[in-house]
Design a protein around this ligand. Sequence first.
Ligand SMILES: [Zn+2]
Length: 103
Amino acid sequence: MTGPKHGTPLPCPFCGGNAIVWRKKDDSPPQQVWCCNSVTCGGQLELHEPGQNALAAWNTRAADPKVARLQAENAALNETLYKAIKIIVDIKAVLDRVEHPAP
Ligand SMILES: [Zn+2]
């Protein structure tokens, strides 16, 4: 399924399933890549011109803009959470001083 000569297939861009690469026994580049969930997903790529590399094409895809947006949202939420935890810790320190003043 994979080999050092032509690389390792990335997961299916549609469902995240593993990819299956079909290779001829000669050294030509792979011409077909299928999603292992091909019955339910239908993800596949076939290239039939000599020298075309279906695996390289399968692995070449634009970054999903939804993923970038979710990563930015996650970073902002983490920052907000950190600030909230710091406020709670500061409030607890004040309450501890009020409840247990230094002699
Ligand atoms: Zn798939």
